[in-house]
Write a protein that binds this ligand. Sequence first.
Ligand code: GLC
Ligand code: GLC
Length: 819
Amino acid sequence: MKYGHFDDESREYVITRPDTPYPWINYLGCEDFFGLFSNTSGGYCFYRDARMLRLTRYRYNNVPTDTGGRYFYLRDSGAGNYSGDVWSPSWMPMKSALDRYECRHGMGYSKISSARNGLAFSQTSFVPLGDKCEIHKVTLKNESSAEKNVDMFSFVEFCLWNANDDMTNFQRNFSIGEVEIENGGSRIFHKTEYRERRNHYAVWAVNVPVAGFDTDRQTFLGLYNGFDSPQTVFVGKANNSVASGWSPIGSHHINVKLAAGESKSFVFVLGYCENPEDQKWEKQSVINKKPANALLEKYSTPEAADKALASLNDYWKSLLGRFTVNAEDKKMARMAGVWNQYQCMVTFNMSRSASYFESGIGRGMGFRDSNQDLLGFVHLVPERARERILDIAATQFPDGSAYHQYQPLTKRGNNDIGSGFNDDPLWLIFGVAAYIKETGDYGILDEMVPFDNNEALSETLFVHLKRSFEYPIKNAGPHGLPLIGRADWNDCLNLNCFSSTPGESFQTTANFESGIAESVLIAGIFVFVGPDYAEICRRTGRKEEAEYAEKEVAKMIETVNQHGWDGDWFLRAYDAYGKKIGSRECEDGKIFIESNGFAVMAGIGLEDGRAKKALDSVKQHLDSPYGIVLQQPAYKNYHIELGEISSYPPGYKENAGIFCHNNPWVTIAETKLGRGTRAFETYTKICPAYREDDSDLRRLEPYVYAQMVAGKDAVRHGEAKNSWLTGTAAWTFVSIAHYILGVRPVFDGLLIEPCIPSTMKEYTVTRYYRGADYHITVDNSAGVEKGVKSITVDGNAHNGNVLPVFADGKVHKITVIMG
Ligand code: GLC
Ligand code: GLC
């Protein structure tokens, strides 16, 4: 069943009923202020760091799910024989029956429209460019033939800034809440902890005079009431409560008289304001409101809000104009051209920190995750990719290893998960190579970058890459394969952990440092990124280093050939006793997706038929209607020598779930074999737009990828979990844009190498690349899966399949004939 539809013209997903199988959300904000916004106005917002600077409270794992947000309540006092009514126009939190409902999630904004008993409501929510706030423009329209007398109540609940503390430290928290109120209540300021070490406060304001306000939660809701039965709204009159401790909220009460047919708009602003340390106060105990006043001045009219939304629309239009797709297959075109890239921007901003699944209090930016995410947005915002690379590299240790994650606010590596994931270093080469291929900016290699965030330990970025490259060589095991350390890409393959203590972290515990457990996947990653490292060396005059790198790559290929092949597929690893993992010899976990995808992507076994054999084995043993599962057979029991992977029930997460992140590796690997039909099939199986009709089973948003879909061993095979923040976004974009549609940046230009189903007869791609627009039409009337017969550039025959760097600000017409 479907719960909505795509509106391609306006780049929106239109949700047509509020009771989606799970909250279907959107992200507001694309710079440093962010909001999560569900189709029923649930969610929360924060400035820069979801843990440290949270503006509004959100209860995870709540019952019912998705309670808490920026709510509006309406109360129609009635007239004639209509006795009046109270309802939530966004459906939640009251679950009010609505005569009409629609939520449009667009690029950086969402719009909820509804109606009940002749009163239409619309709420357009977004974060304007350049400001640290959410704007909620609300319009009420009287669609009845009689005058209406409406009371509107706004509602937000403030978080006491540190979202983790906020949920736990009640002995302190219940006594520290403070607010200020101005303009008769239209401006509400949340200033908890401002009296001491904070220099920031939040403001929740509306641009019209109010009839009253509330800032104390219990007074507003009434004792023992939930958000679904706020006493104040039923009574129809605010209490002008001033919070002192307990739970500060912001609620405006506005009287709205509407003649028949009349409409009125209101601008609500929820903002973050900061003062210099020496200008915190206007006078004793009164905060300096200058920044808030300036912000509210700017958005004091509906026209100003509309203008800000129009600029935001222009911003997204030009951003997404950098890569567009037109094809008969609309699902593919809208995902590749719009939604996949949009999701990539969100993962760029969030890494894995704040979603409805990632609470935003635990995880910072991941070293490996952020490097991979980069592939999905470097063509959109190369300058910001550059900055991201330098930030990530600064958390690397002098020996090439890395903090597994860092805090976005401080940009410092954090010790929560520590280090020792031995794949981490290589992803830096992966990210930097992608950046250089996109931009041609070799200058980044000369930037001085600290190790371990210590300026005194600064070296050039190139030295960082060198340490990355050498790490797996210097940390090799008995077979010459890279040691796995805490884990490799698969966080849950914890081969040195040996945990028997409940609750002990699999990622930071090492009860048996074997110095033996090795990873074939890391070897594959090494062979995949090694040639790029060598190429970077060669192009920057480091000929000897390039030769050394090529020698090491050749050696690693040899090692994989000798010790990484199981007969019909690539092995996955060797455990702490030197026993094989991912082998026909194993009882469970005989074959894994990761090492097979990566080895073939890296080109191992292409000449001698093993690559084909490996991918055929993947298809035979791991494929399912909803994607390729991580391994088979699923582990039935907990294995102390394997760690977290065997802790999950069969079919979930790393224990044979469809872990979407690694599916595109197989897609790309298939294009290496030239099997376009199969490549496209693996692409579509995890692509959400193809599962829109199946939303009851899938449950999550049909416009974004999910981290995991339950595998064949699970009860609800096909059910998705953990949407939005996943490496799946970047990798699927790479698989479709670079390898299937085949427009791929390389060091010298844009490589054209389509690999598509033979039934795909034509498509066009426009690509902005190093200062010029490439308008590419691919003609496959020959009906092949791979192979380029000819290319013309602006009408002239072109030699080879790398399009040159024009950098002339012009549009170039490229025709590609397959055959
Ligand atoms: C999660 C992590 C990622 C890891 C993957 C597989 O997506 O963010 O770093 O590679 O799980 O375990
Ligand atoms: C990744 C994995 C998850 C694991 C977590 C540990 O997110 O997907 O299964 O529990 O890492 O940090």
